[in-house]
Design a protein around this ligand. Structure first.
Ligand SMILES: [Fe+2]
Length: 280
């Protein structure tokens, strides 16, 4: 087992892990330590890593099957890997709204491992928000109202012909072909984390559009409130990237946002997502 150190970077969530070389084929004991750190801190970070695509995938497979993202599967690259590229002149970037990844799926990914290949000298940070805290700090009245509520999640804003993501100048392509079809699924507004057993808020700006049995217009006031509430500054941490940095987030209990504040420089990241389960 590696002699690892876990150093929180904020009160709400996030910890840097020292003493692990992710390029190695890690022991079961070290993987268990990393998994426990992820469960405890919701998002974990590693510095000065150096690994190739095959090592990246091997690492992801220690935590589950690799998730193939339907909208980034444009047919011109390895479907198990998404390279997230930002170039000067891009008007939009991947993940610039507060979101949980890929929640239009019936079984959204449990997490993602994002590796920095090229980063700007400043800017391009990623923010994360703890959705356990977002739930736990609601009033008892609001918790009671949300207890049995479900919400529709759709990918129509982030992919497909005419979507804002497809229409913008963006270096990372998303499917916008005529064969693309919207994916929609209902999820509980409050989910129970399958490993920790704790409840967390599970709505987000990129995908959540309407409560079950209600119109989008009717849903909007409460839904907008909950989505904004979920990233109160006290619930967040902010990660400053360096080349070779890695972020591994638990997609079941965090939202995140890629800050769109870089204008002159390239930012290139490689992501592998890990399959999740039905949301309950
Ligand atoms: Fe994301």
């Amino acid at each position: 087992m590696a002699n690892i150190a876990v150093k929180p970077i904020a009160t709400a969530l996030g910890a840097e892990i020292e003493g692990v070389d992710l390029a190695q084929d890690l022991s079961d004991g070290t993987i268990a330590q990393v998994r426990q750190a992820l469960l405890d801190h919701c998002v974990i970070f590693f510095r000065d890593q150096n690994f190739y695509v095959d090592q990246h995938k091997r690492l992801a497979r220690r935590f589950g099957d690799i998730f193939i993202h339907p909208n980034f599967n444009t047919g011109d690259h390895d479907p198990e890997v998404v390279t997230i590229v930002r170039k000067p002149g891009d008007t939009r970037i991947v993940g610039e709204e507060w979101h949980t990844d890929t929640t239009m799926m019936a079984e959204p990914p449990m997490g993602a491992i994002l590796y920095a290949l090229e980063v700007p000298p400043f800017g391009g940070d990623t923010l994360f928000a703890n959705q356990y805290m977002a739930y736990e700090q609601l009033s008892d009245g609001m918790k009671a109202m949300l207890a049995d509520l479900k919400c529709t999640h759709t990918d129509r804003k982030v992919a497909g012909p005419g979507s804002p993501a497809a229409m913008a100048k963006r270096s990372t392509a998303v499917r916008d072909d005529d064969q693309w079809r919207e994916t929609r699924n209902l999820h509980p507004v409050v989910r129970t984390h399958p490993e920790t057993g704790r409840k967390c808020l599970f709505v987000n700006h990129s995908y959540s559009v309407a409560f079950e049995g209600m119109t989008e217009e009717e849903s909007q006031p409460l839904l907008a409130y909950l989505m904004d509430w979920g990233h109160k500054p006290e619930f967040t941490c902010r990660f400053r990237w360096e080349k070779g940095s890695v972020a591994f987030w638990d997609n079941r209990c965090v939202k995140h946002l890629a800050l769109h504040d870089v204008h002159e420089h390239d930012r290139i990241m490689r992501r592998v997502q890990i399959a999740g389960e039905k949301v309950v």
